[in-house]
Ligand binder design. Structure first.
Ligand code: FAD
Length: 626
């Protein structure tokens, strides 16, 4: 047999975690191999072709700030962009894009092929090669289905929903990694021999519908935002392909009756599926049972692509038998003549308890072996991609003899996610929400580059052109801040009158233009449109400066809070502390606290399910009591 080829880092899996991992490892100079089942499915979206949303969009911006691919690929493939929560505060504003499935895959494939230091190979990996270093068995490479060996000092496994994958449609089920792809059985068995804690999870997808069989005239159109948002800090609306609308449909009482009638043939309700599904993305049968009082559920009718006739009906993920799927879809107004192009299904798969991981995403049991993505119990492309970037980076750093890097909870959602996973584990598919972060105001989408690009540059993840663009933006923000700080507006002057007219705000005492910008009613655009206070800076600079000014007080308080939190661990909770009186605590967290009755904040924080956000609420309540 030919001698095994040697790499620094091998990444197994060409999904969202795998591609970011391989790109990150190669970007920082590791000789990298991306090994995957099928090169034609690199960057494939297993479920809805959509990227971003609340919490997830934040992760995408962070990946981008660290030089990753997901935001750029989305800009090249997005066919409907929206900013969610636009009217709420900047902390929870989030970008979301419906993409063209084929264009997305093409963008990822092109980026992977263009990356120096990264090679591709198509084969299933069946086994890990381990080697003793005297103290431990550490990873030394992988063996493929046809017996080929590839050696490396670090291996990143990003095999998604494929490990021991089983697909369910009604009461029939079969092995599969996702529809149309083989499962990973040999590798799953091999990993089960190792000392990892293995559990099963499940996820699902809806049937797809031929758009030509839908009556769009009875659906509510949902166009994208104008001006069209952009995902990457380097992107522009001109990068986007043609934009189209999504639509909204609604289930009816008849739909719910059909679903209830099919439950006796549901693998979920007949106990055939044992894996736990995503609580926040439930199947339609789950929704009907859990929210029995609701007589209608919204369905987002989303195109799969510009050249595709297929529609993704977001909201009716199901594993009911195909005849029930067909009947339930046809009971929805607008879908009476619907032709289903693919059945919906659920998939069960193995995942590994992420508490067996270090913050670098290296496994604690096998040095040199890293896990990223769905294999760690998460769900979602964005969660997978962010972990992939981190694992790929740290795999490369380990080979290069450098210390691992991972962001703190107050630096990035990526830090929140990894910390949640490795300290609390998960017993359901973990997805990102802004509510998981206790320092939401610091971790905004709009400042992801300001939070992370400099670190990314130091780590070698950010190339010179991104760095120059970023540095120019950062300087422009500071220049504009200084300019507005130097502009004084004195009451009674023509300038003051013009400002009052433009902004609708009385000046009051003598003020700097910068201080006026901190007031809630004064917009940057209106202020800089006043003769003598312009010219306005470009949109990105203006947005950043305005948010920084308006929220400076809150942000400063959060920073102080971070300092204080570090000293809070030992704070005593009185024995008679009334957990049910703490404002904002969910019933679930209250119940956990009542049961354990922790005596310190540190103890409360370590109870699984008690989030850092809940700890903040306890601290606030404690302060009120004192
Ligand atoms: P994947 O994208 O699954 O990629 C895994 C890659 O590894 C693939 O390229 C595969 O070919 C390769 N691979 C696997 N085993 C081997 C091997 N032994 N050798 C070589 N290559 C291998 N997420 C949501 O957020 N919301 C949803 O509603 C949702 N629904 C879903 C429904 C279904 C049916 C599925 C399958 C997934 C769904 N997801 C959903 C999850 C989402 O697709 C994943 O979270 C995301 O794709 C995970 O990325 P990943 O890189 O970890 O794995």
């Amino acid at each position: 047999m030919a001698e095994a080829q040697q790499y620094d880092v091998i990444v197994v899996g060409g999904g969202h975690a795998g591609t970011e991992a391989a790109l990150a490892a190669a970007r920082v100079g590791a000789r990298t191999l991306l090994l995957t089942h099928n090169l034609d499915t690199i960057g494939q979206m297993s479920c809805n072709p959509a990227i971003g949303g609340i919490g997830k969009g934040h992760l995408v911006k962070e990946i981008d700030a660290l030089g990753g691919l997901m935001a750029r690929a989305t800009d090249l493939a997005g066919i409907q962009f929206r900013i969610l929560n636009r009217r709420k505060g900047p902390a929870v504003r989030a970008t979301r894009a419906q993409t063209d499935r084929q264009l997305y895959k093409a963008a990822v494939r092109a980026a992977v092929e263009a990356q120096p230091g990264l090679e591709l190979f198509q084969q299933a990996v069946d086994d890990l090669i381990l080697q003793s270093d005297g103290r431990h068995e550490r990873v030394a490479g992988v063996r493929t289905q046809m017996g080929l060996e590839f050696r490396a000092r670090a291996v990143v496994l990003t095999v998604g929903t494929f490990l021991g994958g089983r697909i369910h449609i009604g009461l029939s089920n079969y092995r599969g990694g996702r529809a149309g792809d083989p499962p990973s059985i040999a590798l799953a068995e091999r990993l089960r021999e190792m000392p990892f804690r293995v559990e099963r999870l499940k996820t699902g997808t809806p049937p797809r519908i031929d758009a030509r069989s839908i009556d769009f005239s009875v659906l509510e159109a949902q166009p994208g935002d104008q001006p069209v948002p952009v995902f990457s800090f380097l992107g522009a609306a001109a990068d986007h392909p043609r934009q189209v609308s999504c639509h909204i449909a609604r289930t009816t009482a008849q739909t719910h009756d059909i679903i209830r009638g099919g439950l006796s043939r549901s693998p979920l309700y007949e106990g055939i599926i044992e894996g736990v599904g995503p609580r926040y993305c439930p199947s339609i049968e789950d929704k009907i049972m859990r929210f029995a009082d609701k007589d209608s559920h919204q369905i987002f009718v989303e195109p799969e692509g510009l050249e595709s006739v297929e529609i993704y009906p977001n909201g009716i993920s199901t594993s009911l038998p195909f005849d029930v799927q067909q009947a339930l879809v046809r009971s929805i107004p607008g879908f009476a003549r619907a032709h289903l192009t693919r059945p919906g299904y659920a998939i069960e798969y193995d995942f590994f308890d992420p508490r067996d991981l270090a913050p670098s995403l290296e496994t604690r049991h096998v040095p040199g072996l890293f896990f990223a993505g769905q294999i760690n119990g998460t769900t979602g492309y964005e969660e997978a991609a962010a972990q992939g970037l981190l694992a790929g980076l740290n795999a490369a750093r380990q080979v290069q003899g450098l210390p691992p890097w991972s962001p703190r909870r107050d630096e990035a959602y990526l830090g929140v996610m990894v910390d949640d996973l490795i300290t609390r584990g998960t017993n359901e598919p973990y997805r990102m929400f802004t509510s998981r972060a206790e320092y939401r105001l610091l971790l905004r989408e709009d400042n992801a580059d300001l939070r992370l690009t400099e670190t990314g540059r130091d780590l070698g993840l950010v190339d010179a052109s991104r760095w120059q663009r970023f540095a120019a933006k950062r300087e422009a923000i500071e220049r504009e801040r200084e300019r507005l700080r130097a502009c004084w507006i004195r009451p009674g002057t023509a300038l003051a009158a013009a400002v009052e007219q433009a902004t609708g705000e009385g000046i009051g005492r003598e003020s700097r233009a910068l201080d006026l910008l901190a007031r809630p009613g004064v917009g940057y655009g209106a202020l800089t449109a006043v003769a003598g206070l312009g010219p306005a800076a470009d949109d990105a600079v203006a947005e950043q400066l305005e948010i920084q000014c308006k929220y400076a007080g809150y942000v400063d308080r959060q920073r102080d809070e971070i300092q204080r939190q570090r000293q809070q661990e030992a704070k005593v909770l009185p024995l008679d502390f009334a957990f049910d009186q703490v404002r904002g605590l969910s019933a679930e967290v209250q119940e956990k606290l009542q049961r354990v009755r922790p005596t310190t904040i540190g103890q409360a924080a370590r109870i699984p399910g008690v989030t850092p956000a809940a700890v903040s609420l306890l601290l606030i309540h404690l302060k009120r009591l004192s």
